[in-house]
Write a protein that binds this ligand. Sequence first.
Ligand SMILES: Nc1ncnc2c1ncn2[C@@H]1O[C@H](COP(=O)(O)OP(=O)(O)OP(=O)(O)O)[C@@H](O)[C@H]1O
Ligand SMILES: [Zn+2]
Length: 722
Amino acid sequence: MTRARLILLNAALGPLDYRVPAGMSVEPGSIVVAPLGPRPMIGVVWEAERFPDVPSVGDNRLRPLLGVLDAPPLPAPLRRLIEWTAAYYLAPHAAVLRMALASMSALEGGKTVIEYRPSGALPERLTAQRAQALERIGERQGLVRELAAIGDVSDAVIRGLIKQGALEAVEVSTDLPFPRPDPDHAAISLSPGQEAAAQRLVEQVRSGESHTVLLDGVTGSGKTEVYFEAIAEALKQDRQTLVLLPEIALTEPFLDRFTARFGCAPVPWHSGLKQSDRRRAWRAIAEGEAGVVVGARSALFLPYRKLGLIVVDEAHETSFKQEEGVRYHARDVAVMRGLMESCPVVLASATPAIETRHQVELGRYEEIKLPSRYGGAELPEIIGVDLTHDPPDRGRWLAPPLVQAMRETLARGEQSLLFLNRRGYAPLTLCRHCGYRFQCPNCSAWMVEHRLTRRLACHHCGHEVPTPDSCPECHESDALVACGPGVERIADEVKALFPDARTAIVTSDTLWSPARAAAFVRDVAGGAVDIIVGTQLVTKGYHFPELTLVGVVDADLGLDGGDLRASERTYQQIVQVSGRAGRGEKPGRVFIQTRAPDAPVMRALLEGDDAAFYAAETASRRSANAPPFGRFAAIIVSDTDAALARETARRIGAAGPRQEGLEIYGPAEAPLAVLRGRHRWRLLVHARRSIDLQAIVRDWLSAIDWKSSTRVSVDVDPYSFV
Ligand SMILES: Nc1ncnc2c1ncn2[C@@H]1O[C@H](COP(=O)(O)OP(=O)(O)OP(=O)(O)O)[C@@H](O)[C@H]1O
Ligand SMILES: [Zn+2]
C-alpha cells in the first residue's frame, strides 16, 4: 500500500487519506500515527472502498504517516462491527473506534523492564557485602531495587555485581501472561435438562457459525453451569469467549464461580480497572492470549483475535443500554458481533425482553428452555398483599402480613430480602412550615436525602449538600420532613421492628466496587446478615441458599413513569427478585405489596403466569406499533441557554420529514427539563419497521445547523424517555 485511508480518533473528521512512506508497511486494521495539522494523532487504516465518497487527493498532496504502532491490527470482523454500530446508532466512526482502542498505553507496544539474575560467575573482588548479596539472592531474579532489598545491601552493591558480570541482565515483559482456564479442571455433572441444553450449545460452538440462542431458564435453573460447558468447548477449540454481565457488582461472584470450574479467573474488563491492568488485558485480548473475558458492556468492542462465543448474561437488563456517548444496546451489538465473527451468541435470562422473545417467534433465534430449578428446588410461593386492605401502620411501609412473615423467617434462622428500587432515605424532603422543597440547582429533580451520609443528593448529576438543620427558606428549625420511603428508611423500620436482627443495605451507594460486592456476598453467604434491604442491585444473579423470604415493598413504583417498557420492567424486576427466594433446600415465599392487585402485571405475577404476561404485553405493543413491531428514535436537544435549546428544537421539528408510516412527536420539553445545567427538549420519531429510520434522521439533521453550544444527540431504540 502506498496510500492509506484512515479513521482518526477525532469525531469531527471523516476518513482521511495519507501517504505510506517507503519502508513502512501497513494493512487494513493497522494502528498508526498520522499528522493532523501540527499534531500527531492515532488512527486506524481502513479499506478505502468502504468509504467511496471521500474526495480524492493527488498523491503529491498527501502527508506521510508518522509511524505504525506496535499493536496487532484491528481484525476485519471488528472493523465491520464498528461500521455497523456507527451507521445504526448514528455515531461518528471515531467514537466507536475509541471504544475498541480502549487503552492508549496498550498501543505503545510491549513494555519490558530489565531484571538481573546471577550469571554463575563470581566478581573479581568478592567483598563481604557482595558475598552476602549473592548468597541471599540465590537463584532469584529481579530489578536492581528488589535484589538490593533481598540482599539487604545498597543499590550500589548490586550495580557493582552487574558491572563485574556476577549478575546478568534479562529483558522481561511487564505484561504478565494470564493463566489459561482449564476446561477439564472441575467439570460437574449436569441434570438431564442442563445436559441437553449444554450439548446444544457445545454443538453451536463447534460449528463455528453465527447463531443466536436464547437460554431461557427460570431463576435458579443453573444457566451459568450450562453456558460454562459452551465456554469449555470454546477453550478446547482455542477460541476466545466474551461474557457480558450487566453490573460490575456481579463480576466478583462470577469470578469465584468461574475459578471453581476452570481453575483460574477469567480476564476482567470494566471501568474500575487500573491503567496497567487495562493495558495488560487489552494486549492479551488482541493477541488471543486471553481465553475468557468477563466484563461490562464496554468489553464488547475490544479487538478479540479469535472470538468463538459470546454470552450475555441477564440479557434482559436495561443497563446494557449505554445512555451517553455512543448510545448502543450491548445485547443487540453482541448479536451483530456474533454475526461478524461467525460465532454463537447466548442470551441468558429468566425474563427475556419482549424484543428477544419476538426474535424467537420469528425463528431468528433458537430458544433453549430450562423450565425448573436445579436440584429439586421449587420456585417460591407468591403472596399478594393488597395495601388498600392491609395497610401498614401510619408512617410505616411494611404491611402486617409481610412483618409476620419476616418474624417467622427470623425465628427459623433464615434470611429475608426487602426490595425497594429507591436509594437513600426519602425521595423528597420538604419544610413543614413553609412548604419549601429541596431541588437540585442543576437539574429539574428533587434532592434525595441520604441519612447514612447526612447529605442531600441529586441522583441525576451527583450534586450533594450536607442536610441542613433548618429550612433554607424560612429558617424554621426542625421543620424538615421526609416524604416517602427509600431503602434507608425501610432499614430504619426494620431496626425498629427487629432490633436484634442484623441488616444490610444494598444499593450502588454501598456496593460501589467489586471488592465491596465480594464482601457483601461473603457476609450473606456466611450467615452474618439476617435481613437485606436493597434496590434493583440485589434482584439478580445472587444465590443465597438460606434466603427464603422476599418482600417487594412497593410493586407499583415502576409503573408510575408510564414509559413504553414500564410493565415489562416491573414484571422482570419482581420475577428476578422473587427468584432470590428458596434457591436452596428450603422453600421460599414472596410477598408483593401493591395497591393495584388487579392490574394485569400484578395478576400475572401473583398467578405465576409468564405466558399470559408476555402474550398480553406483546399484543399491546403490536397494537401501539411499539418495538419490536415499530421503531423509535429520540432526538435530544440541549443547551445551557433555555431559549436557544427551545429554538433549535423547534427548527429541527419544523424541518421534519413528512412521510407515510412516520410520525414525529414534539418537540416537547423533556420530563427532566434541566439536566446538569442544560435545558433539554425532545423529539420522538415513530416509524414503521420497513422504514429506514437512520437514513431519514441522518438526512434530516444534516440539513440543519445549530450553535456549537447546542448539543443534538440521537438515541436509536431509546430506553430512557426522561
Ligand atoms: N449441575 C449442577 N451441579 C451442582 N450445582 C449446580 C448445578 N447446576 C446449578 N447448580 C447450582 O445451582 C445454583 C443456581 O444456579 P445458577 O446460579 O446458575 O442459576 P441461574 O439459572 O443463573 O439463576 P438466576 O437466573 O436466578 O441467576 C447455583 O448455586 C449453582 O451452583
Ligand atoms: Zn442534579
